[in-house]
Design a protein around this ligand. Structure first.
Ligand SMILES: Cc1cc2nc3c(=O)[nH]c(=O)nc-3n(C[C@H](O)[C@H](O)[C@H](O)COP(=O)(O)O)c2cc1C
Length: 160
């Protein structure tokens, strides 16, 4: 599953993509967790409530994480990490390609792909965070939603 490489690369930026009914969107993420829960592999992504992606996740059933290992998609990561799908159509920025199992697509040109079924979500109880974490990350108190996705498929760009 290439967990170590994924975790070392995600802080440089990855694409979190979701389709909900007819709408599709992607946004850049820099945080995430992979691990084992309920005896299954899980990818947990953190999304602030006002993101357009959050609106789609709330109504969707799955998401994908597409990770570039190099710098080939840096420009796209920059745009998808600063512009909202409310204002722009991100299919004009990146190329969505069909996934193997999820309704949510993946992003062309990445090196590692995870297809995840949403099994649980939880809003962070931020009031209990340490004060330094709150002041550094949540001056607006916009605590993240955590989406726990069971990894139902993962592969590298050469299909392995
Ligand atoms: C490197 C990088 C990492 C980011 N990581 C996250 C993240 O983990 N969670 C989050 O909610 N927003 C994160 N963002 C911000 C969103 O990508 C950004 O607000 C985006 O425009 C949201 O798009 P949307 O409104 O179409 O969902 C990150 C931005 C950058 C540039």
């Amino acid at each position: 599953m290439n967990m170590e490489k994924t975790m070392s690369k995600i802080k440089n930026g990855a694409f979190l993509s979701v389709r909900s009914r007819t709408k599709v969107n992607t946004m850049t993420i820099g945080w995430g967790y992979m691990g084992i829960m309920w005896n299954k592999p899980y990818f947990m992504v953190l999304v602030r409530p006002h993101r357009y992606t959050n609106e789609l996740l709330e109504n969707g059933e799955d998401f994908t994480v597409s990770i570039p290992f190099g710098s080939n998609l840096n420009k796209e990561l920059g745009i998808c990490g600063t512009k909202s799908g409310i204002d722009i159509d991100k299919s004009e920025i990146v190329e969505f390609v069909p996934s193997k199992l999820t309704k949510s697509p993946v992003i062309k040109g990445c090196d590692m792909y995870y297809e995840c079924k949403i099994r649980f979500k939880q809003l962070m109880n931020g009031e209990e965070f340490p004060e330094d974490v709150k002041s550094a990350n949540y001056p607006q108190k916009d605590y993240h939603y955590m989406y726990f996705g069971e990894i139902i498929e993962c592969y590298s760009n050469d299909g392995k």
